[in-house]
Design a protein around this ligand. Structure first.
Ligand code: SAH
Length: 479
């Protein structure tokens, strides 16, 4: 069983490809060996230059120990001859955490700054069992934004009539941190394999939630991932899914009360929030939109207004936070809505940083006071997903205008309007972003003001309306 991870570094970079050795806490000039209950893990490098470094994890599984040795998992129906020594399975997942656990946790003793650095990583897994085949494999890795290459070999080249091997040869490429890559592999390899023979170790739920932190809750296949990872044991995956929603939830904001008064988040007629939403609805109507997805819908304030207007025939609200969605369902009185109204609305949990088919097929997407909640480095992923992948005809984005903040009494210089805001932009910065995104993905845009305008500082909220250009030279991102 073999897994390789390659780090490629462009010429002139400040970092050497062999920095991978620091991250893995394994010197590239040496071979490393670790005894495990089911065999031996060998870790060594086949290439270690400044521009390219490849680490191999070779797992030598002892098939006898699986059946009767210490590493036995469930001997009831494991035959002595089985595929486990040759394929990527939960044993590989265990070996990853035993040999590269510190790197997977995102810690790096000697060079802590390296752990945060996205690298150009390529993973090769030559023999991957995958129940559900390539389709499932893509459903698991595409939302995580990997470039995927899958091939399979004939069972026997001399007897082509026997057909293709059910095992896949997989190559994944992504610019990401080693910690994120290892966490994805650690959780998803056993899910693909879906082997019924191993038991779920005590603490497995905690392990998956820990390794899935930051990406699993919003993954469109999180139900399937949890169910398979926990061997379809309902008593385990049911509560685990509930915890998943809580673990990845957006923390309650201590300053909510203050922000309410500042931003007038109430639905009072004439409040900034109300004006913002009315403005968005008006713009959607002007663009003859019928199908809308509200990304980061929060408690569903915009959804409420859209439901009241018959022009909007298909309305969806997506948010990363399960508890916010529950509040939305309550506020919208979902259970009691008349059937015809109810049928126009869908709420779903998801994240703006995943390629998720559920984001496709709308005339418009709205991002109302959402982008500023994303870390700056995640914003480029959001761009790819919304403008490159989902590609609705119209995208409406609103965000605070930071220039206006000096009008708020008691605001320290540089203070944002919300604790969870990662940035706030001036009008020039927002326009600059819109212009770059528009050029890159083929959208024109208009920038406008929402709320009372100050002559030099502008308005409290700013809005950009993107319109897709149907030109052939538009950069398309393959779904
Ligand atoms: N649009 C709503 C809520 C704005 S608050 C309104 O105008 O009232 C920002 C919302 O974005 C929160 O509900 C938060 O849970 C959601 N959010 C933050 N990061 C997200 C992500 N990566 N994917 C989807 N939603 C996200």
């Amino acid at each position: 069983m073999l897994l390789t991870i390659t780090n490629d570094v462009a010429p002139g970079s400040l970092h050497a490809a062999t920095d991978l050795g620091y991250l893995l806490h394994k010197n590239p000039t040496r071979a490393h060996e670790l005894k495990l209950s089911f065999g031996t893990a060998h870790l060594f490098y086949t290439e270690a230059t400044a521009s390219r470094c490849t680490v191999c994890l070779l797992l030598d599984i002892d098939p006898i120990s699986l059946v009767r040795g210490k590493g036995r998992q469930d001997s009831r129906d494991v035959p002595y001859v089985n595929d486990r020594p040759y394929v990527a399975s939960s044993f590989l997942s265990t070996a990853i955490s035993k040999t590269m656990g510190t790197a997977m946790s995102g810690r790096c003793k000697d060079r802590p700054e390296l752990a945060e650095l996205p690298l150009n990583l390529t993973v090769a897994i030559p023999v991957l069992p995958c129940r559900g085949g390539e389709v499932l494999l893509r459903r698991l890795f595409e939302p995580l934004d990997y470039d995927i290459e899958v091939t399979s070999a004939p069972l026997d080249e001399r007897f082509l009539e026997w057909g293709q091997s059910p095992y896949l040869n997989l190559r994944l490429t992504k610019q990401t941190t080693v910690a994120e890559l290892l966490s994805h592999l650690h959780v998803l390899i056993p899910v693909l394999d879906d082997d019924k023979h191993y038991w779920v170790a005590e603490g497995e739920v905690d392990n998956i939630l820990r390794r899935g932190e930051g990406w699993l809750a919003g993954h469109p296949e999180h139900n399937l991932i949890m169910r398979r990872a926990l061997k379809n044991k309902r008593d385990l995956y049911g509560p685990a899914l509930e915890r998943l929603a809580v673990v990845d939830d957006v923390p309650p904001n201590e300053n909510d009360a203050m922000i309410e008064s500042i931003e007038s988040v109430s639905e009072r007629p004439g409040s900034l929030n109300e004006r913002r939403l009315q403005h968005v609805v008006k713009t959607l109507k002007e663009h003859a939109v019928h199908r809308v997805v509200d990304l980061g819908c929060g408690e569903g304030r915009l959804l409420r207004l859209l439901l009241d207007d018959q022009q909007f025939t298909q309305i969806s609200g997506m948010d990363v936070s399960q508890s916010v969605l529950k509040r939305a369902a309550r506020r919208l009185n979902l259970e009691k809505l008349p059937r015809l109204v109810r049928e126009r609305l869908t709420l779903f949990q998801g994240s703006l940083v995943y390629r998720d088919q559920r984001l496709c097929g709308y005339d418009a997407a709205t991002l109302i006071e959402v982008i500023e909640h994303l870390d700056a480095e995640r914003l480029s992923t959001l761009e790819k997903i919304v403008f490159g992948f989902a590609r609705p005809d119209v995208v409406i984005v609103t965000t605070p205008n930071i220039e206006y903040n000096v009008n708020y009494i008691g605001f320290a210089p540089g203070q944002f309007r919300h604790d969870d805001h990662r940035f706030e932009w001036t009008r020039a910065e927002f326009k600059e972003w819109a212009s770059r995104v528009g050029t890159e993905y083929g959208f024109t845009f208009t920038h406008s003001a929402i709320g009372d305008e100050h002559e030099s500082l502008g308005s409290p909220t700013q809005m950009v309306v993107f319109r897709k250009v149907n030109a052939t030279e538009i950069k398309e991102v393959n779904p």
